[in-house]
Design a protein around this ligand. Structure first.
Ligand code: EMZ
Length: 385
């Protein structure tokens, strides 16, 4: 199979019964696989709640490695909106021209760097992680040099090479954020930490714990997701040289191409909810206090919605994908992520002639019944100008 083929492990279960089941640390999950059900349940926060014990709606569950509630994504309405309103404008800054210019410089520099290499480049560590980390300095509005620290942490802050959950590794992030919050208290600036510390809800300042909750989400939510999207896109353009040509000759399709790649790769497989009252989905009984998941990756291949769901159609017209979630919890970082992908595709079209894959190791997520390729542990390529 091609490196850039990401097959759909949910197809049969989605068509036959609409749900799948997986165990996760003895806290089983009923996975909803159809787009319609995923959307319906994403809306229904009263029955399918996000504000459960911190870490429980994440799959694999993080209840054993974190106590801090991530904000706003582990909060339900109406409080959810109070927090969301506080940060919404900040996370729209990627639409500003000055932001986009800086992002372009970051990405062009990295692309120039890999083009100058005579030898193969390992895309995950040497390309995607660098772009993600350096771009994050813009989102946080802090000095560029800080990205060196984050690059040194590796691709995922909660997972290490041998375990899917790594408490020690997670502690590095938590301690780092605690330190940065204390620094911002002593020395307020124009960075996200300081802005949050100065924010008020219900006539009071945000607590340190709340600020930490927003910051952990900002770091963790957009890390492996963005890294995988970048890496997988490089594999795609390496194996579809005509598509890169098409971007060069037809830049108008770039925005659609970004959406399509994000649909096809579905960087976040699923997000859980905790069931607050006995419910039924797809004629399947769901017990109170159990977990369901909104399986974005399956919903994005729903053949009743997407024509040729298993193909990358770069200029796909109708593309109601849910890679960034759905309803009130839809991804806060989506504007930033989309902008990274826009600039990346524009830069590849402008500077890169073709890409060749030298070697690869797939990253397969094990979901019991289902095995899903989410990206690569390593992808060696040669960029050519
Ligand atoms: C959580 C999650 C958020 C979780 C939108 O996704 O991303 C995961 O990568 C983290 O492990 O803690 O932030």
């Amino acid at each position: 199979m091609k490196n850039s083929t990401f097959s759909d492990p949910f197809e049969n279960a989605r068509q036959e019964k609409g749900y799948g089941e997986m165990n996760d640390q003895d806290d089983p999950v009923t996975m909803l696989l159809r787009l319609k059900d995923v959307r319906k349940c994403a809306h229904n926060w009263k029955t399918f709640q996000s504000g459960a014990v911190p870490g429980r709606i994440v799959i694999p569950s993080e209840v054993n490695i974190r106590e801090t509630r991530q904000i706003p994504f582990e909060v339900d309405p109406p409080m959810h909106k109070t927090y969301r309103d506080l940060v919404e404008d900040w996370f729209k800054r990627p639409l500003q021209q000055a932001y986009q210019e800086k992002l372009t410089t970051i990405i062009e520099d990295i692309v120039d760097e890999v083009l100058a290499k005579e030898i193969a480049v390992e895309v995950v560590e040497e390309f995607a992680l660098k772009i993600q980390s350096r771009a994050l300095t813009l989102l946080l509005n802090i000095p560029f040099e800080e990205s060196e620290t984050w690059i040194s942490w590796g691709t995922h802050v909660f997972r290490s090479e041998d375990t899917s959950l790594d408490g020690e590794k997670a502690a590095i992030l938590y301690n780092y954020i605690d330190e940065q919050i204390d620094k911002a208290i002593q020395n307020p600036g124009k960075d996200l930490y300081s802005v949050l510390l100065n924010s008020e809800i219900d006539n009071r300042k945000l607590t340190k714990e709340e600020v930490k909750g927003v910051m952990i989400l900002t770091f963790a939510g957009g890390r492996d997701t963005v890294i995988n999207t970048i890496t997988n896109s490089i594999a795609y353009f390496a194996e579809h040289k005509a598509s890169l040509e098409r971007l060069k000759n037809n830049p108008d399709i770039t925005r659609k191409a970004v959406e399509e790649l994000i649909r096809y790769f579905s960087p976040l497989t699923q997000m859980g909810r905790v069931v607050t009252e006995a419910a039924s989905v797809c004629e399947h009984a769901i017990k109170k206090d159990s977990r369901i998941s909104l399986c974005w990756a399956s919903a994005n291949r729903d053949e009743t919605v997407f024509e040729n769901p298993n193909e990358v159609v770069l200029d796909r017209k109708m593309n109601p994908h849910v890679s960034f979630g759905f309803s009130h919890h839809k991804c806060l970082g989506a504007t930033h992520a989309r902008q990274i992908m826009m600039v990346l595709l524009e830069t590849l079209a402008k500077k890169v002639k073709f890409i060749d894959i030298i070697d690869s190791e797939e990253n397969i997520e094990n979901l019991d019944e289902f095995q899903r390729k989410v990206g690569f542990d390593s992808l060696q390529v040669k960029f050519n100008k």
